[in-house]
Design a protein around this ligand. Structure first.
Ligand code: T1G
Length: 707
């Protein structure tokens, strides 16, 4: 019989002597105010039921509880708070059991840790991923987890944010048992609760577990704090996690709990939390595209890649790793042999790193079929062309695909800038042609720009998004223009970098300012990693179309003319002695920069890091606003996700458009207008930016898809 509960998201039933509390808040049973209220009430109800000997907490669906409701952060808190709910569960005078199916994350695991007995089903995974949101466990996790798994292990668990499986959670002491039955959570939980009742198992509160070897734990936590400060410079919540875990060793439980609360509030107030939560939701919103309204994906059971170069091989590996059979086509035997070797090289690298076994490689390659015969593509459901970046070459390939591939096959191009409408027009089926712009290395980089030409049919777009999901990529819908979203905006802020370099900032000062902003690398280091010759080829290609009145900086050309393309040639902007991966500043590069300034009669001036970043971001945001206005990006969050997953933008800032909102669009616009006094051609404010400022709006106001 179901018992009344003030919240529809939580129900209670009595099964014999067990009071079963069921959380049901789809899609992931987040601990919304309604769930917290319901849980609190249900525990209180169960405790006073005369014929009840134990309480069991379970949930509906594939996820136990995915934590606090992230959408509530930053809003006025609604009681009961989650710490209160957890403390109430722990205080229950009857044994409380939880049965975990699927994910028990953040507050979800904290609810489990406040129970007295924890059962995990084989597929369960437990984690404290709050650090990924700029937060820390705030409902007792920093005090209870160390008591079960030790201070160091608990701290590492929280700092990584990575979940662990049921067996690992058992070995870590986080759960008491992993059931081997195929029973559902309710039945397995009931069996366990009744077994405990039969044994007369007592209430067992984690808060009462004494922390052992405090001196060792404290020194281990100090070492971890040093590591963390080095590994995540500038990040706020990791050090707060360590401070709280330290308290679990040094302070009585309740004092540790209140310190956790204070530190948690500090994390809530930190701008990093807002940036990271924006990123969390943005990367889920990008898949919500207009084409998904009403179109269903085509079936993709087989895939073909044309071209076995670096990109073709990486794409083939990404498709193989997604479980697909893959045909790789090359124009001749030699090229094919190189393509096959490129694919094997990727797997051999993973074997060398101990990530996969020889057996795994062999099993995967049973789905790999090299070919030089276009006819072998006839049955492919989806073909991805990754040949040389030349429009006529690609059009010829698509004409052949048009005649060889079955009706309904999706024909995709991996071009990073060419006109996909022109490629589609080379076929009799432009509705089946789409752009799939992978980033190198394609089997690693998460970003996938899905480039939507004018005549593509919606189900082809949805098919591309479905493929991205299978490949565990983060897909962003982009329109057709030179460079789509990412490379078009990159070209703009790279230009601002070149101007600063010629006007007085050294390449190394620029890189250091960008790193201090939170990037893993500066733009000159990235050029050296990717290869300066790629940018050089782009500049040459664009030379004909370049506005003769536009300022053009030739420093990078001078470096490339010497064959200094970066890491692959041992020097670029930096020196890489003996194949070093970290470069050293190169005095000869500084000499080239000076020569170019002298040649143009430029007297260099100093650029404080703060100004370098204002110019860098102003160029990025301004072009971002133009990309939005041109409809190349659907929403500002699409640009954010593009730069978070494709260009190393610091995640805690949420992305360039989100960052602009935090700085204030009027400030960005003021900067652009100030910079325009020295170069009105480059620094033309985007009309959309001017309009938003005039209306007192921000980019966030454009993140809702218009119906
Ligand atoms: N709150 C609100 N919405 C959530 C949510 C959450 N915790 N988790 C997921 N969603 C939404 C998500 O936006 C999407 O919405 C839908 O659910 C499906 O999610 C006090 C402070 C559980 C592994 O960090 O990792 O507890 O797009 O697409 O791939 O200490 O969601 O459909 O509108 O991701 O199956 C800590 C976050 C919170 C876990 C499922 N918890 N979630 O993955 O589905 S902080 C987390 C996930 C906390 C306490 C602290 C994943 C998932 P929409 P999805 P999925």
């Amino acid at each position: 019989m179901e018992h009344d509960n003030p919240s529809p998201a939580v129900t209670s039933h009595r099964y014999g002597r067990v009071w079963v509390i069921t959380v049901n808040n789809p899609p992931v049973n987040a601990l919304s105010a309604a769930v917290r209220l319901g849980l609190f009430a249900a525990i209180e109800q169960g405790e006073v039921q005369p014929d009840v000997g134990a309480v069991l907490i379970v949930s509906e669906g594939k996820t136990f509880i995915a934590g606090a409701d992230i959408r509530e952060f930053g809003k006025p808190p609604v009681p009961p708070s989650l710490p209160d709910v957890c403390n109430r569960i722990e205080a229950c005078t009857k044994p409380v059991v939880v049965a975990l199916q699927g994910a028990a994350l953040g507050g979800g695991l904290e609810v489990a840790l406040s129970a007295h007995y924890r059962l995990a089903l084989p597929g369960a995974k437990v984690g404290l991923p709050e650090v990924d949101l700029g937060l820390m466990p705030g409902a007792g996790g920093t005090q209870r987890a160390p008591r079960l798994m030790g201070a160091k292990a608990a701290a590492e668990f929280m700092l990584s944010g990575k979940p662990m499986g049921a067996q690992a959670a058992f070995e870590a002491g986080l759960v008491d048992r992993v059931t081997d039955s195929r029973l559902a959570a309710l039945d397995a939980g009931l069996a366990y609760a009744n077994e405990l009742l039969a044994q007369g198992a007592p209430v067992r509160r984690v808060r009462n577990i004494a922390m052992t070897k405090p001196e060792i734990s404290l020194s281990e936590l100090s070492d971890l704090a040093q590591d963390t400060a080095k590994k995540s410079p500038g990040l706020y919540s990791p050090l707060k996690i360590l401070e709280a875990v330290r308290a679990s060793v040094e302070l009585p439980f309740d004092e540790g709990l209140s310190l956790e609360r204070r530190l948690f509030r500090g994390c809530i107030d930190s701008p990093q939390r807002a940036g990271l939560i924006h990123a969390f939701f943005a990367e889920r919103e990008v898949s919500k595209v207009p084409e998904a309204r009403g179109a269903a994906p085509r079936a993709v059971a087989s895939l073909a890649v044309i071209g076995g170069g670096t990109m073709g091989a990486g794409i083939a590996v990404a498709a193989l790793d997604a479980g697909l059979p893959v045909t790789m086509l090359e124009r001749d035997g030699d090229s094919l042999a190189r393509g096959v070797a490129n694919v094997a090289k990727v797997y051999d690298g993973l074997i060398a790193k101990g990530r996969i076994t020889e057996a795994h490689k062999a099993a995967t390659l049973t789905r790999f079929r090299p070919s030089t015969d276009f006819a072998d593509l006839a049955a492919a459901d989806l073909v991805i062309e990754a040949v040389f970046e030349d429009l006529e070459v690609k059009k010829a390939v698509f004409r052949q695909l048009d005649s060889e591939c079955k009706a309904g096959a999706v024909l995709a191009t991996n071009t990073s800038y060419l006109d996909i409408d022109a490629i589609a027009a080379a076929t009799r089926r432009p509705q089946d042609v789409i752009g799939l712009h992978f980033f190198s290395p394609a089997n690693i980089m998460k970003l996938l720009e899905i480039v939507v030409p004018a005549r593509v049919s919606p189900d082809v777009v949805v098919t591309a998004f479905e493929l991205a999901k299978r490949m565990k990529k983060v897909p962003v819908r982009a329109g057709v223009c030179d460079g789509f979203i990412g490379n078009r905006i990159l070209a703009s802020y790279k230009q601002a970098v070149d101007y600063m370099m010629e006007d007085g900032a050294s390449p190394y000062e620029i890189d250091s300012a960008v790193r201090a902003f939170g990037y893993p690398m500066g733009p000159c280091q990235v050029t050296d990693l990717a290869g300066g010759d790629i940018g050089w080829a782009t500049r040459k290609r664009r030379a004909a179309a370049r506005d003769p009145k536009a300022r053009y900086v030739e420093i990078a050309d001078r470096i490339c003319e010497r064959g200094w393309f970066g890491q692959k040639t041992g020097r670029g902007f930096y020196l890489y002695p003996q194949g070093a991966r970290t470069g050293q500043p190169d005095p000869e590069v500084l000499a080239i920069v000076d020569d170019e300034r002298n040649r143009k009669g430029i007297t260099p001036r100093s650029f404080p890091p703060e100004e370098i970043m204002r110019r860098y971001m102003a160029a990025m945001v301004n072009e971002g606003a133009k990309v939005l206005a041109d409809g190349i990006a659907l929403r500002p969050l699409d640009i954010d996700v593009t730069f978070l997953y494709g260009y190393g933008f610091p995640r805690f800032r949420g992305g360039p458009m989100r960052y602009a909102d935090t700085v204030g669009l009027s400030n960005i616009l003021a900067d652009i207008r100030a910079f325009a006094e020295e170069d009105p051609l480059f620094w033309q404010p985007a009309p959309l930016l001017e309009a938003l400022v005039a209306e007192g709006q921000d980019f966030a106001s454009l993140n809702q898809l218009r119906s």
